[in-house]
Design a protein around this ligand. Structure first.
Ligand code: AN7
Length: 344
């Protein structure tokens, strides 16, 4: 029924807030038995790639765009590693306002670029990384009086809390561990606040430990210093100076959790495991948590039998190039005999 309708009672909605709805949220929470067994935990994957634009960004974008309309904004603006731009473009198209997106040149996965363009956003390529694009987008939005829909817009994180509420509603409580990729650090912050809300409301009794995973080449929250030249195959989280760093640090500290980093090789290995042993195709950034859980398991730091919610933030189809670079090609057959041979 869409995030605003399902969780409107917990969101800052007024009588004047337009009822924007692309049926985002209410994503599947899938139990991954085989992978969970190999890790010695009860593993649940939240398939955020099932959202209308294929990533978790839709949860917050629906409220950001509804509020932009309520406030009379003429257009929306964002910088993005890809998914925010796809989501912003989708909702702008749906409600009929212009959308401007600033992307780091050459570093956005093909599917995301195709989305922003086909939804009709004006796509502007920046010679610089995401952090630089974000600075420019903030300034331009202020100068033009357009609504800024990056997660510096508080409505984004407020509505992204719905992911935590759904997990608790489905499991009947919070998981023991919450594993999530971290880029600009908004989502881990939103989930933590969502869990805390549910505890305050008396809907759950215990909170999860928050485990945030970054790519080794873009891991400012692990090294505890900004990373001026972030680099990773997981372009969604190629971010060196996270806007929500302080919220994220608080989430990890308060929950007795941790940040950890994983290499690109570990991310790609996790992507294959998730697909082959789980039947779930997630984009590289979304596979950082599984890579991290495998790393913790190897170090004997994963509590046996724990329930783990892993957030698969974006659909694998977003980045076909990275997937194709790791797999073989289809087998060509020229005859029925060759087909039968291929079946062996
Ligand atoms: C698939 O789209 O920052 O830590 O501009 O697309 O809340 O930033 C995307 C981030 C994880 C990290 N997984 O979340 C953008 C953008 C996927 C993502 C993240 C992103 P945050």
């Amino acid at each position: 029924m869409g995030v605003l309708r399902r969780y409107g009672a917990y969101l800052p909605i007024t009588g004047k807030t337009p009822d924007v709805n692309l049926e985002e949220g209410s994503t599947p929470l899938v139990r991954l038995e085989k992978i969970g067994a190999s890790l010695g935990v009860e593993l649940f994957a939240k398939l955020e790639g099932c959202n209308p634009s294929g990533s978790f960004k839709d949860r917050g974008m629906v409220l950001a765009v509804a509020k932009a309309l309520e406030d009379g904004a003429k257009a929306i603006v964002c910088a993005s590693t890809g998914n925010t731009s796809a989501s912003a473009a989708a909702y702008a198209a749906h409600v009929g306002i212009p959308c401007y997106v600033l992307l780091p040149s050459g570093k956005v996965a093909l599917g995301k670029l195709a989305q922003a363009l086909i939804y009709g956003a004006k796509v502007i390529s920046i010679d610089g990384n995401f952090d630089e694009a974000l600075d420019m987008a903030r300034k331009a939005a202020a100068d033009k009086g357009f609504a800024m829909v990056n997660s510096v817009n508080p409505y984004r994180l407020t509505a992204q809390k719905s992911g935590a509420w759904e997990i608790c509603d489905t499991l009947g409580g919070a998981p023991d561990l919450h594993a999530i990729p971290v880029g600009n650090a908004g989502n881990i912050s939103a989930y933590w606040h969502g869990y805390k809300d549910y505890k305050d409301f008396g809907k759950i009794t215990a909170l999860p430990r928050m485990l945030g995973f970054q790519a080794e080449g873009a891991a400012p929250l692990v090294t505890n210093q900004p990373c001026p030249h972030p680099e990773t195959i997981a372009t969604a989280i190629r971010i060196g100076n996270p806007v929500s760093a302080e919220f994220a640090r608080a989430a990890v500290r308060e929950s007795n959790g941790e940040f950890n980093s994983v290499t690109d090789e570990e991310i790609l290995a996790a992507q294959r495991i998730l697909a082959k042993d789980g039947g779930v195709f997630a984009e590289p950034a979304s596979c950082a948590p599984l890579a991290g859980l495998i790393k913790l398991r190897k170090a004997d730091k994963l509590p046996k039998g724990a329930s783990v919610a892993m957030i698969l933030t974006g659909n694998g189809l977003k980045d076909p190039d990275t997937a194709m670079s790791q797999v073989g090609r289809p087998i060509n057959v020229a005859s029925y005999a060759e087909l039968i041979e291929a079946f062996s």
